[in-house]
Design a protein around this ligand. Structure first.
Ligand code: KG4
Ligand code: ZN
Length: 340
Protein backbone atom coordinates (compact mmCIF):
# COMPACT_ATOMS: atom_id res chain seq x y z
CA UNK A 1 0.00 0.00 0.00
CA UNK A 2 1.35 3.45 -0.90
CA UNK A 3 1.76 6.03 1.81
CA UNK A 4 -0.87 8.73 2.20
CA UNK A 5 0.24 12.24 1.23
CA UNK A 6 -1.30 14.99 3.35
CA UNK A 7 -0.95 18.62 2.30
CA UNK A 8 -1.46 21.74 4.40
CA UNK A 9 -2.62 24.39 1.92
CA UNK A 10 -2.73 28.18 2.26
CA UNK A 11 -4.62 30.68 0.09
CA UNK A 12 -4.47 34.48 0.50
CA UNK A 13 -4.59 35.82 -3.07
CA UNK A 14 -7.57 38.15 -2.63
CA UNK A 15 -10.01 38.71 0.22
CA UNK A 16 -10.31 35.27 1.85
CA UNK A 17 -7.74 34.03 4.35
CA UNK A 18 -7.93 30.26 3.88
CA UNK A 19 -6.17 27.09 5.01
CA UNK A 20 -7.03 23.44 4.43
CA UNK A 21 -5.75 19.94 5.04
CA UNK A 22 -6.16 17.62 2.04
CA UNK A 23 -5.24 13.92 1.91
CA UNK A 24 -4.19 12.33 -1.37
CA UNK A 25 -5.49 15.26 -3.37
CA UNK A 26 -9.17 14.39 -3.10
CA UNK A 27 -10.07 14.00 0.55
CA UNK A 28 -10.67 17.32 2.30
CA UNK A 29 -10.03 16.91 6.03
CA UNK A 30 -10.61 20.59 6.76
CA UNK A 31 -11.38 23.73 4.77
CA UNK A 32 -11.28 26.94 6.81
CA UNK A 33 -12.19 30.24 5.15
CA UNK A 34 -12.10 33.59 6.91
CA UNK A 35 -13.87 35.99 4.58
CA UNK A 36 -13.19 39.73 4.58
CA UNK A 37 -16.24 40.59 2.48
CA UNK A 38 -17.91 42.61 5.27
CA UNK A 39 -14.79 44.83 5.55
CA UNK A 40 -14.57 45.57 1.83
CA UNK A 41 -18.31 45.97 1.21
CA UNK A 42 -18.38 49.61 2.30
CA UNK A 43 -15.81 50.46 -0.39
CA UNK A 44 -17.68 48.58 -3.14
CA UNK A 45 -14.72 46.29 -3.86
CA UNK A 46 -11.56 44.78 -2.40
CA UNK A 47 -9.12 47.34 -0.93
CA UNK A 48 -5.66 45.69 -1.34
CA UNK A 49 -4.05 47.34 1.71
CA UNK A 50 -6.89 46.26 4.00
CA UNK A 51 -6.79 42.74 2.53
CA UNK A 52 -3.06 42.30 3.30
CA UNK A 53 -3.40 43.59 6.86
CA UNK A 54 -6.35 41.32 7.58
CA UNK A 55 -4.51 38.28 6.17
CA UNK A 56 -1.63 38.97 8.58
CA UNK A 57 -4.06 39.18 11.50
CA UNK A 58 -5.91 35.97 10.60
CA UNK A 59 -3.45 33.59 8.99
CA UNK A 60 -2.05 31.83 12.07
CA UNK A 61 -5.49 31.37 13.56
CA UNK A 62 -6.89 29.96 10.30
CA UNK A 63 -4.00 27.48 9.94
CA UNK A 64 -4.39 26.34 13.56
CA UNK A 65 -8.08 25.79 12.96
CA UNK A 66 -7.41 23.84 9.76
CA UNK A 67 -5.06 21.47 11.61
CA UNK A 68 -7.35 21.13 14.64
CA UNK A 69 -10.44 20.43 12.53
CA UNK A 70 -8.50 17.81 10.56
CA UNK A 71 -7.32 16.30 13.85
CA UNK A 72 -3.72 16.57 12.68
CA UNK A 73 -0.47 17.88 14.08
CA UNK A 74 2.10 19.58 11.88
CA UNK A 75 4.25 16.42 12.20
CA UNK A 76 1.69 14.46 10.19
CA UNK A 77 1.77 16.91 7.26
CA UNK A 78 3.87 15.88 4.22
CA UNK A 79 3.99 19.13 2.25
CA UNK A 80 2.99 22.81 2.37
CA UNK A 81 1.07 24.13 -0.65
CA UNK A 82 0.55 27.86 -1.17
CA UNK A 83 -0.94 30.16 -3.80
CA UNK A 84 1.84 32.37 -5.20
CA UNK A 85 -0.08 34.01 -8.07
CA UNK A 86 -2.01 35.49 -9.70
CA UNK A 87 -3.63 37.91 -7.26
CA UNK A 88 -2.98 41.00 -5.16
CA UNK A 89 0.75 41.16 -4.47
CA UNK A 90 0.51 42.22 -0.81
CA UNK A 91 -2.16 39.62 -0.12
CA UNK A 92 -0.22 36.82 -1.85
CA UNK A 93 2.95 37.73 0.04
CA UNK A 94 1.33 37.00 3.40
CA UNK A 95 0.52 33.41 2.42
CA UNK A 96 3.84 32.87 0.66
CA UNK A 97 5.89 34.18 3.62
CA UNK A 98 3.84 32.06 6.04
CA UNK A 99 4.25 28.90 3.95
CA UNK A 100 7.99 29.47 3.57
CA UNK A 101 8.36 29.98 7.33
CA UNK A 102 6.43 26.76 8.11
CA UNK A 103 8.37 24.82 5.48
CA UNK A 104 11.71 26.11 6.79
CA UNK A 105 10.85 25.42 10.44
CA UNK A 106 9.43 21.93 9.84
CA UNK A 107 11.70 20.91 6.91
CA UNK A 108 8.63 19.92 4.87
CA UNK A 109 8.62 20.49 1.11
CA UNK A 110 7.13 23.74 -0.19
CA UNK A 111 4.95 23.78 -3.31
CA UNK A 112 3.89 27.04 -4.97
CA UNK A 113 0.45 26.71 -6.61
CA UNK A 114 -1.18 28.73 -9.39
CA UNK A 115 -4.49 30.12 -8.10
CA UNK A 116 -6.43 29.37 -11.29
CA UNK A 117 -5.00 25.84 -11.53
CA UNK A 118 -6.34 25.50 -8.00
CA UNK A 119 -9.81 26.54 -9.19
CA UNK A 120 -9.68 23.87 -11.94
CA UNK A 121 -8.49 21.24 -9.41
CA UNK A 122 -11.53 21.96 -7.20
CA UNK A 123 -13.38 19.65 -9.60
CA UNK A 124 -11.35 16.64 -8.40
CA UNK A 125 -12.56 16.97 -4.79
CA UNK A 126 -16.12 15.72 -5.15
CA UNK A 127 -15.88 14.05 -8.56
CA UNK A 128 -13.62 11.14 -7.63
CA UNK A 129 -13.87 9.62 -11.10
CA UNK A 130 -12.83 12.81 -12.94
CA UNK A 131 -9.42 12.57 -14.56
CA UNK A 132 -7.82 14.52 -17.41
CA UNK A 133 -8.27 15.07 -20.27
CA UNK A 134 -11.24 17.42 -20.00
CA UNK A 135 -12.31 20.90 -21.04
CA UNK A 136 -12.67 23.48 -18.26
CA UNK A 137 -14.48 26.80 -18.36
CA UNK A 138 -12.85 29.05 -15.76
CA UNK A 139 -14.94 32.05 -14.73
CA UNK A 140 -13.80 34.04 -11.73
CA UNK A 141 -13.56 37.66 -10.62
CA UNK A 142 -10.30 38.16 -12.47
CA UNK A 143 -10.28 35.45 -15.17
CA UNK A 144 -12.36 33.94 -17.96
CA UNK A 145 -10.66 31.14 -19.83
CA UNK A 146 -11.45 28.02 -21.78
CA UNK A 147 -8.71 25.51 -21.03
CA UNK A 148 -7.92 21.98 -22.15
CA UNK A 149 -6.68 20.07 -19.12
CA UNK A 150 -4.54 17.55 -20.99
CA UNK A 151 -3.07 15.99 -17.87
CA UNK A 152 -2.65 16.84 -14.19
CA UNK A 153 -0.97 20.26 -14.14
CA UNK A 154 -0.93 20.50 -17.95
CA UNK A 155 -3.09 23.25 -19.35
CA UNK A 156 -3.66 24.53 -22.86
CA UNK A 157 -5.53 27.82 -23.09
CA UNK A 158 -7.83 27.88 -26.13
CA UNK A 159 -9.94 30.93 -25.23
CA UNK A 160 -9.80 33.95 -22.97
CA UNK A 161 -11.57 37.21 -22.31
CA UNK A 162 -10.47 40.20 -24.35
CA UNK A 163 -11.50 42.66 -21.64
CA UNK A 164 -13.51 42.14 -18.43
CA UNK A 165 -13.69 38.79 -16.64
CA UNK A 166 -17.17 37.30 -16.24
CA UNK A 167 -17.19 37.91 -12.46
CA UNK A 168 -16.04 41.48 -12.99
CA UNK A 169 -19.02 42.06 -15.30
CA UNK A 170 -21.37 40.62 -12.65
CA UNK A 171 -19.84 42.91 -10.00
CA UNK A 172 -19.99 46.04 -12.19
CA UNK A 173 -23.59 45.48 -13.30
CA UNK A 174 -24.61 44.73 -9.70
CA UNK A 175 -23.11 48.02 -8.61
CA UNK A 176 -24.94 49.87 -11.41
CA UNK A 177 -28.30 48.57 -10.21
CA UNK A 178 -27.41 49.24 -6.57
CA UNK A 179 -26.89 45.68 -5.35
CA UNK A 180 -23.46 46.16 -3.76
CA UNK A 181 -20.34 43.96 -3.54
CA UNK A 182 -19.84 41.13 -4.41
CA UNK A 183 -22.44 41.32 -7.13
CA UNK A 184 -22.45 37.78 -8.52
CA UNK A 185 -24.45 36.07 -5.76
CA UNK A 186 -26.86 39.04 -5.57
CA UNK A 187 -27.61 38.97 -9.31
CA UNK A 188 -27.97 35.18 -9.08
CA UNK A 189 -30.69 35.65 -6.42
CA UNK A 190 -32.48 38.74 -7.80
CA UNK A 191 -32.70 37.24 -11.29
CA UNK A 192 -35.17 34.68 -9.92
CA UNK A 193 -37.73 37.51 -9.69
CA UNK A 194 -37.01 38.84 -13.19
CA UNK A 195 -37.74 37.97 -16.80
CA UNK A 196 -34.58 36.90 -18.64
CA UNK A 197 -36.15 37.79 -21.97
CA UNK A 198 -37.25 41.28 -20.92
CA UNK A 199 -34.22 43.10 -22.39
CA UNK A 200 -32.20 41.90 -25.40
CA UNK A 201 -28.61 42.57 -24.30
CA UNK A 202 -25.83 41.82 -26.84
CA UNK A 203 -23.89 38.53 -27.08
CA UNK A 204 -20.35 39.27 -28.24
CA UNK A 205 -18.67 37.06 -30.81
CA UNK A 206 -15.10 37.68 -31.82
CA UNK A 207 -14.19 37.08 -35.44
CA UNK A 208 -11.53 34.39 -35.96
CA UNK A 209 -11.46 33.63 -32.22
CA UNK A 210 -14.52 31.45 -31.56
CA UNK A 211 -13.53 30.62 -27.96
CA UNK A 212 -12.63 34.15 -26.82
CA UNK A 213 -14.98 36.23 -24.69
CA UNK A 214 -15.74 39.93 -24.37
CA UNK A 215 -17.97 41.30 -21.64
CA UNK A 216 -17.24 45.04 -21.71
CA UNK A 217 -19.75 45.70 -24.52
CA UNK A 218 -22.44 43.92 -22.53
CA UNK A 219 -21.58 45.93 -19.42
CA UNK A 220 -21.81 49.19 -21.45
CA UNK A 221 -25.13 48.06 -22.94
CA UNK A 222 -26.54 47.59 -19.43
CA UNK A 223 -25.26 51.03 -18.32
CA UNK A 224 -26.69 52.66 -21.49
CA UNK A 225 -30.02 50.97 -20.91
CA UNK A 226 -30.16 52.30 -17.32
CA UNK A 227 -29.20 55.83 -18.47
CA UNK A 228 -31.75 55.89 -21.25
CA UNK A 229 -34.50 54.75 -18.86
CA UNK A 230 -33.49 57.51 -16.43
CA UNK A 231 -33.55 60.13 -19.21
CA UNK A 232 -36.99 59.02 -20.30
CA UNK A 233 -38.17 59.02 -16.69
CA UNK A 234 -38.92 55.29 -16.82
CA UNK A 235 -38.38 53.39 -13.58
CA UNK A 236 -35.96 50.49 -14.13
CA UNK A 237 -36.90 46.93 -13.23
CA UNK A 238 -33.75 45.72 -11.46
CA UNK A 239 -34.79 42.08 -11.47
CA UNK A 240 -35.39 42.14 -15.25
CA UNK A 241 -31.98 43.78 -15.81
CA UNK A 242 -30.29 41.19 -13.55
CA UNK A 243 -32.03 38.26 -15.28
CA UNK A 244 -31.46 39.57 -18.83
CA UNK A 245 -27.80 40.46 -18.19
CA UNK A 246 -27.14 37.07 -16.57
CA UNK A 247 -28.82 35.29 -19.46
CA UNK A 248 -26.57 37.11 -21.97
CA UNK A 249 -23.45 36.04 -20.04
CA UNK A 250 -24.62 32.43 -19.64
CA UNK A 251 -25.69 32.14 -23.28
CA UNK A 252 -22.17 33.08 -24.45
CA UNK A 253 -20.37 30.93 -21.86
CA UNK A 254 -22.44 27.82 -22.59
CA UNK A 255 -22.40 28.18 -26.38
CA UNK A 256 -18.63 28.65 -26.58
CA UNK A 257 -17.92 25.85 -24.13
CA UNK A 258 -20.05 23.34 -26.03
CA UNK A 259 -18.53 24.42 -29.36
CA UNK A 260 -15.00 23.99 -27.97
CA UNK A 261 -15.83 20.56 -26.49
CA UNK A 262 -17.08 19.37 -29.88
CA UNK A 263 -14.21 20.93 -31.86
CA UNK A 264 -11.58 19.40 -29.57
CA UNK A 265 -13.45 16.14 -29.20
CA UNK A 266 -13.61 16.41 -25.41
CA UNK A 267 -16.15 14.12 -23.77
CA UNK A 268 -15.85 15.72 -20.34
CA UNK A 269 -16.58 19.33 -19.41
CA UNK A 270 -16.00 21.09 -16.07
CA UNK A 271 -16.50 24.61 -14.72
CA UNK A 272 -14.45 26.46 -12.12
CA UNK A 273 -14.10 29.83 -10.36
CA UNK A 274 -16.48 32.03 -8.38
CA UNK A 275 -19.01 32.47 -11.22
CA UNK A 276 -19.24 28.65 -11.49
CA UNK A 277 -21.27 28.92 -8.25
CA UNK A 278 -24.03 30.64 -10.27
CA UNK A 279 -27.15 28.48 -10.13
CA UNK A 280 -28.43 29.47 -13.56
CA UNK A 281 -25.06 28.82 -15.24
CA UNK A 282 -24.89 25.39 -13.61
CA UNK A 283 -28.43 24.53 -14.75
CA UNK A 284 -27.78 25.75 -18.30
CA UNK A 285 -24.53 23.74 -18.48
CA UNK A 286 -26.22 20.59 -17.14
CA UNK A 287 -28.90 20.91 -19.83
CA UNK A 288 -26.51 21.72 -22.70
CA UNK A 289 -24.06 18.93 -21.79
CA UNK A 290 -26.88 16.41 -21.52
CA UNK A 291 -28.20 17.45 -24.94
CA UNK A 292 -24.72 17.08 -26.47
CA UNK A 293 -23.86 13.82 -24.72
CA UNK A 294 -21.06 15.32 -22.64
CA UNK A 295 -20.25 14.42 -19.02
CA UNK A 296 -20.46 17.57 -16.89
CA UNK A 297 -18.60 18.20 -13.62
CA UNK A 298 -18.85 21.14 -11.22
CA UNK A 299 -17.70 21.80 -7.68
CA UNK A 300 -20.03 22.64 -4.77
CA UNK A 301 -20.32 26.43 -4.37
CA UNK A 302 -17.92 26.44 -1.38
CA UNK A 303 -15.19 24.97 -3.63
CA UNK A 304 -16.01 27.38 -6.52
CA UNK A 305 -15.20 30.61 -4.70
CA UNK A 306 -11.75 31.10 -3.19
CA UNK A 307 -10.70 28.36 -0.76
CA UNK A 308 -7.52 26.49 0.22
CA UNK A 309 -8.82 22.93 -0.35
CA UNK A 310 -8.50 23.44 -4.11
CA UNK A 311 -4.90 24.63 -3.55
CA UNK A 312 -4.21 21.45 -1.55
CA UNK A 313 -5.54 19.34 -4.41
CA UNK A 314 -3.41 21.11 -7.04
CA UNK A 315 -0.37 20.94 -4.71
CA UNK A 316 -0.81 17.17 -4.31
CA UNK A 317 -0.60 16.55 -8.07
CA UNK A 318 2.43 18.88 -8.29
CA UNK A 319 3.99 16.95 -5.38
CA UNK A 320 3.56 13.66 -7.28
CA UNK A 321 5.25 15.22 -10.32
CA UNK A 322 8.22 16.19 -8.14
CA UNK A 323 7.57 19.94 -8.13
CA UNK A 324 9.31 21.65 -5.17
CA UNK A 325 9.64 25.39 -4.59
CA UNK A 326 12.69 27.02 -3.05
CA UNK A 327 12.78 29.60 -0.28
CA UNK A 328 13.12 32.20 -3.01
CA UNK A 329 9.45 31.57 -3.93
CA UNK A 330 7.90 34.99 -4.50
CA UNK A 331 4.41 36.34 -5.11
CA UNK A 332 3.74 36.72 -8.85
CA UNK A 333 0.64 38.95 -9.25
CA UNK A 334 0.19 38.28 -12.99
CA UNK A 335 1.31 34.63 -13.15
CA UNK A 336 0.08 32.95 -16.36
CA UNK A 337 -1.62 29.56 -16.46
CA UNK A 338 0.85 26.73 -17.04
CA UNK A 339 3.82 28.93 -16.02
CA UNK A 340 6.17 28.06 -13.14
O1 KG4 B 1 -12.99 32.76 -7.85
P1 KG4 B 1 -13.38 33.90 -7.00
O2 KG4 B 1 -13.88 33.63 -5.62
O3 KG4 B 1 -12.20 34.92 -6.88
C1 KG4 B 1 -11.31 35.17 -7.91
O4 KG4 B 1 -10.34 34.39 -8.06
O5 KG4 B 1 -11.58 36.15 -8.65
O6 KG4 B 1 -14.48 34.70 -7.83
C2 KG4 B 1 -15.13 35.82 -7.34
C3 KG4 B 1 -16.15 36.27 -8.37
C4 KG4 B 1 -16.80 37.60 -8.02
O7 KG4 B 1 -16.79 38.41 -9.17
C5 KG4 B 1 -18.22 37.19 -7.65
O8 KG4 B 1 -19.18 38.19 -7.93
C6 KG4 B 1 -18.42 35.96 -8.52
O9 KG4 B 1 -17.18 35.29 -8.48
N1 KG4 B 1 -19.49 35.08 -8.00
C7 KG4 B 1 -20.62 34.82 -8.67
C8 KG4 B 1 -21.41 33.99 -7.83
N2 KG4 B 1 -20.72 33.77 -6.68
C9 KG4 B 1 -19.53 34.45 -6.81
N3 KG4 B 1 -21.05 35.23 -9.89
C10 KG4 B 1 -22.26 34.81 -10.29
N4 KG4 B 1 -23.08 34.05 -9.53
C11 KG4 B 1 -22.70 33.63 -8.30
N5 KG4 B 1 -23.52 32.86 -7.56
ZN1 ZN C 1 -10.27 32.74 -7.26
Amino acid sequence: MTKDITVLAIETSCDETAAAVVRNGREVLSNIISSQIELHKVYGGVVPEIASRKHIEKINQVIDEALTTAGMSMDEIDAIGVTYGPGLVGALLVGVAEAKAISFATKKPLIGVHHIEGHVSANYIENKELEPPFLCLIVSGGHSHLVLVNDYGQYQIIGRTRDDAAGEAFDKVARAIGLGYPGGPKIDKLSLEGNKEAIAFPRANIEDAPYDFSFSGLKSAVLNYINSCEMKGIEINRADIAASFQEAVIDVLVTKTITAAKDYNMKRVAIAGGVAANNHLREAMIKACKKNDLAFYYPSPIFCTDNAAMIGTAAYYEFLKGTRSGYDLNAVPNLKIGER
